[in-house]
Design a protein around this ligand. Structure first.
Ligand code: SF4
Ligand code: SF4
Length: 345
């Protein structure tokens, strides 16, 4: 890893240099909060932002996309060539970079890479930015408060300047051409350490740190807690829509009015939707809220860990704000903390 320091005043030049070759997507302020959007000018960016309402996952896995078209008259199938836009996601927090790393495990690095995802991922540079946690952030519990890989540049604010971690030649060349990066001094490294400590100390310590939550979920799989938690679910699927690591999708064939030709579409789906586990004949493997919500929490805090050695949840806190029924991983952690206190009495 290469480290350099740039002045904060140089940031607009860096953004402008990216804009010459790439579409730049960055956090901007909207009425309801902050959102990742394509910017027209470096002035549009709000880098001191709390977590955005939705994550940048749509730039890798769009809510809807065509996978292929077919024509029954000629009995032919045409692979759909997705239009790939060279893009920079500028100003991603560490949790969102770690979320993309998890999507990579599923769609890029597995035995069957997804060509649509891979094409977008390979055409995207990621520039990360350091952040301060809000009260719903718990990324530090899962080690997602730092991005160790998965970005091209990472900018750590050290007061009027940025310590830049560089991990790709492409981004390094643009940084070199647009700014005057200098070698980091010992003073810069000390400021970096202070900034890291300030962030670590700012996390909401009312959120329980239950590192063995996966094991506890197995032990309390049939606890009435899941009935109570799932019984509140409205099946609105807002949690999955905002989550940076929810990746379930449905495949739908859409026919032209003639009924002879059409397209195969991939659309986001959510395991909290009632029909998600419904199969032919009408049987539903997860027909009630208890089973659906428990399944979602298991995928986030248990199953992915067993397969990939890390939580699927990165602790971004988006679902904490999005769910009107107050169903989120913090509720699960608090349940196990209460359980632990009961057992200790
Ligand atoms: S858990 Fe909350 S956000 Fe998710 S579907 Fe249920 S009510 Fe909606
Ligand atoms: S489950 Fe909630 S807190 Fe965890 S990554 Fe998804 S939206 Fe963020």
């Amino acid at each position: 890893m290469l480290y350099r320091v740039i002045d904060a005043a140089e940031l607009p030049s860096l953004v402008s240099a990216f804009m010459e070759t790439y579409e730049v997507v960055a956090p901007v302020k909207r009425d309801q909060g902050y959102a990742f959007e394509t910017i027209e000018s470096p002035d549009d960016i709000e880098l001191a932002y709390p977590t955005t309402m939705a994550s940048p996952k749509k730039y890798f896995l769009p809510p809807e996309e065509t996978l292929m078209s077919f024509d029954a008259r000629t009995n032919s199938v045409t692979d759909f060539a997705a239009e790939i836009t060279p893009r920079v996601i500028f100003g991603a927090h560490a949790c969102d970079i770690n979320a993309v790393n998890r999507l990579d495990l599923v769609f890029k690095d597995g035995r069957y890479p997804d060509p649509y995802y891979v094409a977008r991922r390979n055409a995207t540079l990621i520039v990360g930015i350091s952040c301060m946690p809000s009260e719903t952030c718990f990324c530090h519990l899962w080690g997602s408060d730092e991005a160790r890989f998965g970005y091209d540049l990472f900018l750590q604010d050290i007061g009027g300047k940025y310590l830049v971690s560089i991990s790709s030649v492409e981004a390094a060349n643009i940084l070199e051409a647009a700014c005057n990066p200098r070698v980091a001094t010992d003073e810069d490294r000390i400021e970096f350490r202070h900034a890291t400590r300030r962030r670590q100390e700012a996390f909401n310590d009312a959120i329980p740190d239950i590192q063995d939550v996966a094991m506890l979920m197995d032990a309390f799989h049939k606890d009435p807690f899941w009935e109570e938690l799932g019984g509140r679910c409205l099946s609105c699927t807002a949690c999955s829509a905002v989550c940076p690591t929810c990746f379930c999708f449905d495949i739908q064939d859409t026919f032209d009015p003639s009924g002879e030709a059409g397209r195969r579409e991939r659309v986001w789906d959510a395991c909290t939707a009632p029909q998600f586990a419904q199969v032919a004949g009408g049987h539903n493997f997860r027909g009630d809220g208890r089973n659906r919500v428990r399944h979602r929490m298991y995928h986030k805090l248990n199953g992915f860990l067993a397969n990939h050695d890390r939580m699927l949840c990165v602790g971004c806190g988006r679902c904490v704000k999005a769910c009107k029924a107050n169903i989120n991983p913090i509720e699960v952690l608090e349940f196990f903390e209460r359980k632990g206190m009961q057992d200790a009495q």
